[in-house]
Write a protein that binds this ligand. Structure first.
Ligand SMILES: *[C@@H]1O[C@H](CO)[C@@H](O)[C@H](O)[C@H]1NC(C)=O
Ligand SMILES: *[C@@H]1O[C@H](CO)[C@@H](O)[C@H](O)[C@H]1NC(C)=O
Length: 696
C-alpha cells in the first residue's frame, strides 16, 4: 500500500514535471505563447523552431527553424528576415490574423500572409521535414516551404509553384546579406524561366548556372560530395518546378546559397553535420552593392571631375590668351621686369639739383628685360604714329607701358656680337647714370631683335628747337648756356668719370634730348660700343658718325679718341649760339662752313654778328665771346690742340679768364668744299676716300 502510494506520488511528480517542463511539443495553439527561452520541436526531433539573436547585435531577434542536432543552430529558415525584433522579449502566438511575432513594443509582425485563422481549432506545427505549417482543422492554410529563404531542403520547390490558396508563386532562394545577417542579400538561386537550368544570379544581372535537369536527373556543374539527391522536375499545366528528396533516409542532405554566392552542400549523418562549399564563379560575386557604388565613383565621378577641372583650366588659359592683347598679359608675365622698370621711371627726379657728377651712384641691379610682345604692345606694333625719329642706330618709337611714356629704340640688326655679349654690354652701359645722360630703363633681346628702352623726353631733341624758326624763341640765352654746360658735364662723365670711358662718336644736336625742364640729356651714348664692340681709343675700320660733326683725324685716318667728341661738342656749341647748322651752312660770298664763318667773325672781333638774332637782347657780350672761343678751341684741326672736356667745363665756369687762342679750322673748310661738290653732283679730286661717310 505504501509502495503504491509512493509510486503514485512519484508518478504524479513525474507527470507534473513532464507536463510543466516539456514545452517540447511540435504544436502551438491559440492562447499559447512561445518566448525566447522556449522552442517547438518536430515530432521526430529533427527540426526545432525558436528565436535566435544576432551574434553581433543581441537585440536583433529573429524567428527561425534549425536542425535540432545542429549545435551551431544555423537557421534553415527565417520568418522575419527583413523585420527583426528590437528587444529580447520576443513572443510567438496565434491570433485571428494568423501567426504573430511581437516584441515588447507591441508592434506585432504577421508572417503568415494570406492565411486567416479564425477558430479555436487553428494550430501551428513544425514538421520533421522542417516545414512550419498553419492548420485550420485538418487543412494546411500556410506553410514555410512556400516562403523560401536561402536554404533548399528536401521537399522544397524551386520554380513556379501553386501554393495553398491555389495561386501561382515564383519560388527562389535569396542569400543572406552576410554570414550573420539574415536580411535579404544580393544573390539569388532560381530555375530558369524557359529551360531546366538552375542559376545563381547577382542583382546586378550577372548569372552563373549551377546545374540543369537533363530529363532524368539533375546535373550539377560541380561535383557534389554525395549522390544522395533524388531530383524531380515537375511540369504540368500550371506548375513548373524542381524539387528533390534524399535517396537514403538515414542521411539527410540539403543545400544553401551562401552570402558570397557559394553553394553550401550540407549532410547530416546521425548527429554529425558536415558542409562543403562549391564556388560557381570564383570571385565574380565579390562585388557587393556598396563596392559597386565605390566603383561607380572611381570609374565615373573621378574622371568626370578631372575632365571638368581640365576644361576649366583650358578655358582659363584660352581666356587669358584672348585677354592679353593689351599690356595686361605682359604685366602678368613680366611683373618683376615691368615693375622694376616703372620704379626707375618714378625715381627719376627731373630738374632736380642733384650733384653734377653722380659718382658711385651706379646701381648694380640687373637691367629689366622685357618681352618683345610687351614692346610690341606698348608701341602699338611699332606704328608710324608712334615713331619719334630715326637715329643713327635705328628708329625710335614712343611707347606706353602702364600709363608711363617710354622711348623705344629698335636697334638695327647689324651686329657681329653674340646675344650674351650684347646683353652684358647693355648692362654695363645702363649703369652709367648722370643727370645729363638719358636713362636706359630696360632692354629686350628676342627674335633677333635688340631693343633699348629709354626714359621718354617730352621736349624731344635740341635740333628741333634751335633750327626751328619759331621754337628757337623758347630757348633764351640763359637756357642755351645751361644746355651747353649740361652737355659738357654729360660728356665729361662719359670720358672721365664713368668706369667705361665711353666715346660717344655720334654727338650731334639731334642726340641731345631735352626733358620737361629743358635739361639736356645725351642719348645714344655707348651705342657704338654696344654695336661694334669695344673699340674705344683705337683705330676703327667702319666709320660711324654724322657729317658735319666728325673730327678730321677720325674721317681721314679712322683715329678715335675723346677728342673726337670734343670736336663734335665744339660744333654743337657754335650751332647753339648761331642757330645755324654746320652741315648746311653756306655763306653767299665765301665757301665757308659754320666753323670758318665763326672763325672769321671771332678773329675780326665781330662775334655779335654770328649770334642767333632771337638772343640779341638777352645775351651778354662776354658770355657770347667766351662760348664762341670755347667752341673754336674745340673744333681745331689737330686733336692735341683741342681741350679735354674737364678743361672745357672749367673754361665755361670761369668767365673772364684768359683762354688760349684758337687756331683756324682749315680742314673743316675743306670739308665744306667736299660737301658742296657732293651736293652739286660734280666729282671732285678732293673727294678722296670719303665715300664711306654717310651723311645722315
Ligand atoms: C471551440 O469553440 C467552439 C465555439 O466557439 C466551442 O463550442 C468549442 O467547445 C471550442 N472547442 C475547444 C476545443 O475549445
Ligand atoms: C525519387 O522521387 C520520386 C518522386 O518523388 C519517387 O517516386 C521515387 O521513388 C524516388 N526515388 C528514390 C530512389 O528515392
Amino acid at each position: 500500500m505504501k509502495i503504491l502510494r509512493a509510486a503514485s506520488v512519484f508518478l504524479c511528480i513525474f507527470f507534473c514535471f513532464f507536463v510543466c517542463s516539456s514545452h517540447a511539443t511540435d504544436t502551438l495553439r491559440p492562447g499559447q505563447y512561445l518566448t525566447r527561452y522556449e522552442t517547438l520541436v518536430s515530432d521526430g526531433g529533427v527540426f526545432e523552431l525558436g528565436f535566435f539573436y544576432s551574434p553581433t547585435k543581441s537585440v536583433e531577434g529573429y524567428l527561425g527553424i534549425w536542425l535540432k542536432n545542429d549545435k551551431k543552430r544555423r537557421p534553415v529558415w527565417v520568418a522575419n528576415r527583413d523585420d527583426h525584433l528590437m528587444d529580447p522579449y520576443a513572443l510567438l502566438y496565434i491570433n485571428p490574423q494568423g501567426m504573430v511575432i511581437s516584441d515588447n513594443r507591441n508592434s506585432p509582425f504577421f508572417f503568415t500572409y494570406g492565411a486567416t485563422a479564425t477558430t479555436n481549432r487553428t494550430r501551428a506545427r513544425i514538421l520533421d521535414s522542417g516545414n512550419l505549417i498553419l492548420m485550420e482543422g485538418g487543412k494546411t492554410v500556410w506553410q514555410s516551404f512556400d516562403n523560401l529563404v536561402d536554404t533548399f531542403l528536401p521537399g522544397m520547390k524551386i520554380g513556379m509553384v501553386s501554393i495553398t490558396n491555389a495561386q501561382l508563386k515564383p519560388m527562389f532562394l535569396l542569400s543572406w546579406r552576410s554570414a550573420h545577417d539574415p536580411t535579404r542579400g544580393f544573390l539569388g538561386l532560381s530555375l530558369d524561366k524557359s529551360t531546366t537550368q538552375v542559376d545563381v544570379w547577382h542583382d546586378d544581372g550577372k548569372e552563373k548556372p549551377i546545374g540543369h535537369w537533363d530529363g532524368h536527373e539533375f546535373k550539377f556543374v560541380f561535383k557534389t560530395q554525395s549522390d544522395n539527391y533524388n531530383f524531380s522536375y515537375v511540369l504540368n499545366s500550371k506548375e513548373r518546378y524542381l524539387t528533390f528528396n534524399n535517396k537514403e533516409s538515414s542521411v539527410y542532405s540539403w543545400f544553401a546559397l551562401a552570402s558570397d554566392g557559394k553553394i553550401q552542400e550540407f549532410m547530416m549523418v546521425g548527429q554529425k553535420i558536415s558542409v562543403v562549399s562549391h564556388s560557381v564563379c570564383g570571385d565574380c560575386w565579390l562585388v557587393s552593392s556598396r563596392d559597386r557604388k565605390l566603383l561607380l565613383v572611381i570609374k565615373v565621378v573621378v574622371p568626370l571631375t578631372f575632365s571638368i577641372l581640365m576644361l576649366i583650366l583650358f578655358l582659363y588659359c584660352l581666356w587669358r590668351k584672348h585677354n592679353s592683347l593689351g599690356i595686361y598679359r605682359f604685366y602678368i608675365g613680366r611683373t618683376d621686369s615691368v615693375k622694376l622698370l616703372l620704379s626707375q621711371l618714378s625715381s627719376d627726379d627731373s630738374g632736380s639739383s642733384s650733384p653734377v657728377v653722380e659718382l658711385g651712384k651706379t646701381k648694380d641691379h640687373a637691367l629689366p628685360m622685357l618681352s618683345f610682345s610687351c614692346i610690341v604692345a606698348s608701341t602699338n606694333n611699332f606704328s608710324v604714329a608712334n615713331k619719334l625719329g630715326e637715329g643713327g642706330y635705328g628708329p625710335v618709337y614712343k611707347g606706353n607701358l602702364l600709363q608711363h611714356d617710354i622711348a623705344v629704340k629698335r636697334l638695327s640688326k647689324r651686329s657681329g656680337q653674340g646675344l650674351a655679349e650684347f646683353k652684358n654690354e647693355v648692362q654695363l652701359i645702363s649703369q652709367l647714370q648722370h643727370r645729363n645722360l638719358v636713362k636706359i630703363l630696360g632692354c629686350c633681346i628676342q627674335r633677333e631683335e635688340k631693343i633699348l628702352i629709354y626714359e621718354y623726353m617730352s621736349n624731344k631733341s635740341l635740333d628741333s628747337f634751335i633750327f626751328d624758326p619759331i621754337k628757337r624763341r623758347q630757348l633764351n640765352w640763359r637756357q642755351r648756356i645751361h644746355i651747353i654746360e649740361g652737355i659738357a658735364q654729360g660728356l665729361l662723365y662719359l670720358h672721365k668719370y664713368s668706369r667705361l670711358r665711353i666715346i660717344h662718336r655720334d654727338l650731334k644736336t639731334s642726340n641731345i634730348l631735352l626733358d620737361a625742364y629743358m635739361n639736356p640729356k645725351i642719348s645714344d651714348f655707348g651705342l657704338a660700343r654696344i654695336l661694334s664692340g669695344n673699340e674705344c681709343g683705337a683705330e676703327t675700320k667702319r666709320i660711324v658718325g654724322t657729317f658735319g660733326y666728325m673730327s678730321p683725324e677720325y674721317v681721314l685716318q679712322g683715329l678715335l679718341s675723346t677728342k673726337s667728341d670734343v670736336f663734335s661738342f665744339g660744333v654743337i656749341v657754335l650751332e647753339i649760339m648761331s642757330g645755324m647748322k654746320n652741315a648746311t651752312f653756306y655763306e653767299s660770298d665765301y665757301s665757308l662752313n659754320l666753323l670758318g664763318h665763326a672763325w672769321n667773325l671771332w678773329i675780326s672781333g665781330r662775334c655779335e654778328e654770328m649770334i642767333d638774332p632771337t638772343l640779341a637782347d638777352s645775351s651778354s657780350r662776354d658770355g657770347l665771346v667766351l662760348c664762341i672761343q670755347v667752341g673754336l678751341l674745340c673744333v681745331q684741326d689737330c686733336a692735341e690742340d683741342r681741350p679735354t672736356m674737364s678743361e672745357v667745363v672749367s673754361m665755361l665756369s670761369t668767365e673772364g679768364a684768359s683762354l688760349p687762342k684758337p687756331k683756324q679750322p682749315m680742314y673743316s673748310n675743306l670739308m665744306s668744299e667736299v660737301d658742296k661738290a657732293l651736293r652739286s653732283g660734280v666729282p671732285s679730286e678732293n673727294l678722296l676716300t670719303y665715300s664711306s661717310i654717310v651723311a645722315r
